[in-house]
Write a protein that binds this ligand. Structure first.
Ligand SMILES: [Zn+2]
Length: 255
């Protein structure tokens, strides 16, 4: 039994075959999933999908790439939707310095607002980080995100920052890149993170694991991530599956 903690079944790439994709995940033993909303269209759709399946949950937030499109009205709207019983986290949120659609100061402002909202609602957060690790850690510390904890989604930096994340009650989630042949960093992280803070994800439709790299990713492939981590930690696939699923239940507050 596996838990894909970060999947975008609400993305347009799954418009044609969402139900079949979910069935393939179930057939592969991926019983649980959290569908992550990232903008005005995908947030309500994440909840709609979660309503349709007992073991699928939703997260609601504004992605940093589009931070510039976030209004105060939308923040209030996210607050209302976050009260839905299947919504288990606020996000994804964070900083993305790879794309320049939203200026850094706007991204930081929208990031802080969403952390404050999550603290108000007493809900954990899901962090998107691209080329912005130090600023993210600084903001999380300044905003005392430790109170609510969170996930560093698709963690891609070196082990150097892992302790900072652990100190703030964060979990480290690994995805497809841990299986890539030319990617030493996530493999080191997979071996370093304490077992009780480790999560797995696909980030589908993006970042498909080897040998599907470059193709559309889907939640069934989270199995490849679990297999790779088991190999790297010299553990059984069954143990990694059980531990990461239990961690996800604890993190999202699922009974
Ligand atoms: Zn994502």
């Amino acid at each position: 039994m596996l838990f894909d903690t970060h999947v975008h079944l609400n993305a347009r790439q799954f418009l044609e075959d969402r139900e079949e994709t979910i069935q393939r995940a179930f057939d592969a033993g991926v019983t649980y999933m959290t569908v992550v909303g990232f903008d005005h269209e995908t947030i309500p759709l994440a909840i709609e999908i979660a309503e349709a399946y007992e073991t699928i949950y939703a997260a609601v937030g504004r992605h940093p790439v589009d931070a510039i499109d976030m209004t105060d009205k939308e923040l209030d709207w996210i607050e209302e939707l976050a009260k839905h019983p299947k919504v288990v986290a606020i996000g994804e949120m964070g900083l993305d310095y790879h794309w320049d659609k939203s200026p850094k100061d706007v991204q930081k402002d929208v990031f802080r607002k969403q952390i404050r909202l999550a603290k108000k609602l007493k809900m954990p957060i899901i962090i998107h980080n691209r080329e912005a690790t130090e600023d993210i850690i600084q903001i999380l510390k300044e905003e005392n995100a430790k109170e609510i904890g969170g996930i560093m989604h698709c963690y891609s930096d070196s082990v150097k920052y892992v302790d900072d994340c652990l100190d703030m009650n964060f979990y480290i989630s690994l995805g497809g890149p841990v299986t890539f042949k030319n990617a030493p960093l996530p493999k080191e992280v997979a071996q370093y993170v304490p077992l009780d803070r480790l999560l797995i994800e696909t980030d589908a439709p993006y970042l498909a694991p080897h040998p599907n790299r470059g193709k559309r990713n889907e939640p069934a492939y989270v199995k490849l991530v679990a297999e790779k981590i088991a190999e790297l930690r010299n553990m059984s696939y069954e143990d990694i599956s059980e531990i990461t699923t239990k961690n996800a239940f604890r993190f999202f507050g699922i009974e």
